[in-house]
Design a protein around this ligand. Sequence first.
Ligand SMILES: Cc1ncc(COP(=O)(O)O)c(C=O)c1O
Length: 401
Amino acid sequence: MPDNRKMNLKFASRAVHAGERPAPRDFVPIATPIYASSSFVYDDLDQMDAALGGAEGVFVYSRYGNPTVEAMESAVAALEEQDSALGLGSGMAAVNLALLACAKSGTRIVASRDPYGASVKLLDAIYRTLGVETEFVDIRDLEALELALSHGEVRAVIAESISNPLLRVTDIAAVAERAHSVGARLIVDNTFATPVLLRPGTLGADYVVHSTTKYLGGHGDVTSGVVAASSERRAELNDLNKATGGVVSPFDAWLVLRGIKTLPLRMERQCRSAAIVADWLFHHPKLEWVYYPGLQGHESHDSAKSQFPSGLYGGMISFEIRDGNREKVFRFLRALEMIAPATTLGDVYTLVLYPVMSSHRALTPEQRAQVGIGEGLVRLSIGIEDPVDIISDLERALDAI
Ligand SMILES: Cc1ncc(COP(=O)(O)O)c(C=O)c1O
């Protein structure tokens, strides 16, 4: 049916305007639409003025807020049991924005000793040049943490709930208490654990960060991030982001929103399969050590047990090949048939990564050795395939070395 409001326009103008901006109608789509719109128009300029002034629930420009992105943010906030969340263009944009909200030149940040490689680079190579010093500590050692917090003005403590790649588990409540006692805010990267295992905000974290590229998206088809926080902190973050512009596209936010619907199902399957695979790997003679928080011998098993009420221990496993080196690891990787080497995790596919080549490539060999990342370390992200197939692929590849 022709759009009668536009029929008085010339052909070229009709091509531009016909069909656009239909009047609102009385229906609610079952799935949230993708609002692929950079800006939003109003019949009334007073309404637009109020929207630009930050009125609740209205949109004016997608760098300031977008309905699809807001739907994804609400979903993350609901899962993390936080008031609100802010969607961003990547996990690193989320880590950076939370840090930026806390850091001031001449102050300090305390970080866990073994975070994701890019977080080390951000703190060590970028924030340092801006006059913000970072001290990296073993965050499980509360005395070392207290010592690091005892000098200078520490504005933020940052840690991963489950660390990458050695899967050490942070005692969130204990770290939050220490951070708050000196007025610092706690940022927790909950990418590996997901809110299925742990909700750091309920244990005292001030900002919960995710690379939604990983488990929340879950299908290897999106790059994005999110920070969940109180409404007050979210407003502060959004204000910063209006100026720094690390937004997520509505389409990517929509993919994350869709991914979240199956997060509990995927995560349960991935964790159960990971427990089976970790147990199998643990008994393999060609492996020096297996890192999985669900294994009794893992250094963080007790902490994981007390903090993960679901009885699930995550879908990530790392293992050290006996007398491993780059050549041996490459032989293992080349022999895999179903499991794909990829620089990501948390997808429906089982993925494998060599941290020395990938996530921790930016670190010097000395820095890697300091945190316990050996030349023979391999990281596995368990997918939703049948664990029998995952194990036979691993068996074939381990036979080849
Ligand atoms: C724990 C953790 N945090 C943050 C990031 C960064 O996320 P993104 O790649 O979406 O920027 C990653 C990426 O692997 C990660 O593993």
